[in-house]
Design a binder for this molecule. Sequence first.
Ligand SMILES: Cc1ncc(COP(=O)(O)O)c(C=O)c1O
Ligand SMILES: [Zn+2]
Length: 421
Amino acid sequence: MSAVITEKAVLREGAFGNAEALSCRECGHRVDLGPHYACPECFGPLEVAYAFPAITREEIEAGPRNIWRYKALLPVPADIETTPNTEPGFTRLLKADNLAAELGLSALWVKDDSTNPTNSFKDRVVACALSAARELGAKVFACPSTGNLANAVAAAGARAGIKTVVFIPSDLEKPKQVNSAIFTANLVAVDGNYDDVNKLAQEIAAEEEGWAFVNVNVRPFYAEGSKTLGFEIAEQLGWRLPDQIVIPVASGSQLTKVDKAFRELIALGLVEDKPYRVFGAQATGCSPVATAYKGGGDAIRPVKPDTIAKSLAIGNPADGIYVLDICRRTGGAVEDVDDDEVRRGILLLARTEGIFTETAGGTTVACLRKLTETGQLDPALETVVINTGMGLKTLDAVGDTVGAAATIDPSYAAFAATGLG
Ligand SMILES: Cc1ncc(COP(=O)(O)O)c(C=O)c1O
Ligand SMILES: [Zn+2]
């Protein structure tokens, strides 16, 4: 089930740090570390399994102010900081008192990942995928993407000096297209939706030698990068877990990895063991996981996306069933909001906290509001909401809603007449 990435017979010692194998999430079968993503026994998804040594808070705190401070918990070599990469992470965790007051929450934080190098959380996962691609000797660094991933792959590849080819649906927002094309000459726009683009990528990965598709054949390594969101939130809260966390869901990978991060921190004794609730956020126009959650079933029925939240428009989410499992197990929920609510969510975060988020963040904030109003989220508990992207990439979503309050002659009289004084 794995494409050939490398001619290398042997990986260098420590190529994947403390990772010891890839393990099937369905049957537990283990395979050697390499460009594999599906279990040879049951076709279930593989994930990275570790043999962690003792790791202290002090060791982590002494590390760089980026995701590599957690390198002992990632499938990357000990010398990862010496290789060129975009050094993402350690973004702000803002105490969001204005938004909390607006929603009636007692304590709320926004984890603001819009300030990563290409302005989304995808820089985290791509940094880990780049490390794997390098260790496996890949010649091409590639991805199918709903937009942000393509930006991150194209930029990281440019910095690392590796050829990139990124595939996107052709109807993607213009700023996201430019944000990839500026870094790579090989932006491929596909007439189809993300799920079509993803299928094409799987075909190419099977046919072509030497390609590392970050979210296909090196997906187990790539996905681990999202754990750093969970690690940072815990560290920035003073080495403790929040009571509740709201996370956007497209493929569902990020949500499952934040949960994995929290469980690893507990297992390593880096935070106190306590219950936490995980909530997923989707746009109604692409809400297969929320629909399954509300229906009470275990199966995810794929949908054809139709929403302004294009970065979340994955109709057949690879990790959907695991999202359902985590949200149910932790006492959370999966909610969805329509496109008008997404727009209002963008405005709400901007006007209360001075953060311009993209449609994915609008979805998450609007779901936070809905979860609170419907009593699914406890307003008395400490809550974190993740903002995964940046509003300048989805200007069209709010461009008609906001603008100049007045257009006037350059005179005091004209200003006074506006009543804005
Ligand atoms: C801004 C943004 N937020 C959230 C997500 C969801 O990520 P995942 O596919 O890990 O669920 C994406 C995915 O592309 C994204 O671009
Ligand atoms: Zn298996």
